[in-house]
Design a protein around this ligand. Structure first.
Ligand SMILES: [Zn+2]
Length: 181
């Protein structure tokens, strides 16, 4: 097997393991950090998208169901390793802790700066997944391993209907494809 097909196979195996958790760190590859919808689109368009997500999920966290909390719009991406395509498959309304579990690299940084109580995050992850801290640590190790491997690809970002994402993407483009409105 070539090096790249080796990497693709490993990515699929790790992701399959991580997907058994309801809440897991689906880490965005480095090259895609600055081309998210949040970064790319005019603020007005992103606000329409995230507010539509809050309404879609009944103003509750899409993962743990928490209500009466500040929600964030979270871009849910799916990675097609065979075609190096990173496709937007959802915009989730997430509570702060579920959101930080998804952005575990940022969570580590914020915990180091005293801005986030990491033990609270771990406890939340364990509760949502009915799992223990040992499993959290193992999940975290695999998530960062997967992130390193995802960094080996040149990702093409596409919308729900596989249209390329650019600054000209509108909230209508995204929402129409996501929830078939
Ligand atoms: Zn939550």
């Amino acid at each position: 097997m070539s090096r790249m097909s080796d990497i693709i196979a490993t990515c699929k195996t790790i992701e399959h393991q991580l997907r058994k958790y309801r809440l897991w760190a689906n880490l965005v590859p480095r090259s895609s950090w600055f081309v998210s919808l949040y970064r790319l689109l005019p603020r007005r368009e992103w606000d329409i998208i995230r507010k539509a997500a809050y309404a879609h999920y009944g103003h509750k966290c899409a993962i743990c169901g928490m209500s009466d909390t500040t929600l964030s719009g979270h871009e849910d991406w799916e990675y097609d390793y065979d075609h190096s395509t990173q496709r937007l498959v959802g915009v989730l309304a997430l509570c702060h802790l579920c959101h930080m579990c998804n952005h575990l690299g940022l969570a580590n940084i914020q915990a180091g700066e005293g801005k986030l109580d990491y033990s609270e995050l771990v406890a939340h992850w364990c509760q949502v997944n009915s799992a223990d801290e040992e499993e959290f640590t193992s999940h975290s190790d695999y998530a960062f391993k997967l992130w390193e491997l995802r960094n080996e690809f040149e990702w093409q970002l596409v919308g729900p209907s596989k249209e390329p994402i650019s600054q000209d993407t509108t909230a209508d483009d995204v929402l129409g494809g996501l929830w078939k409105q």
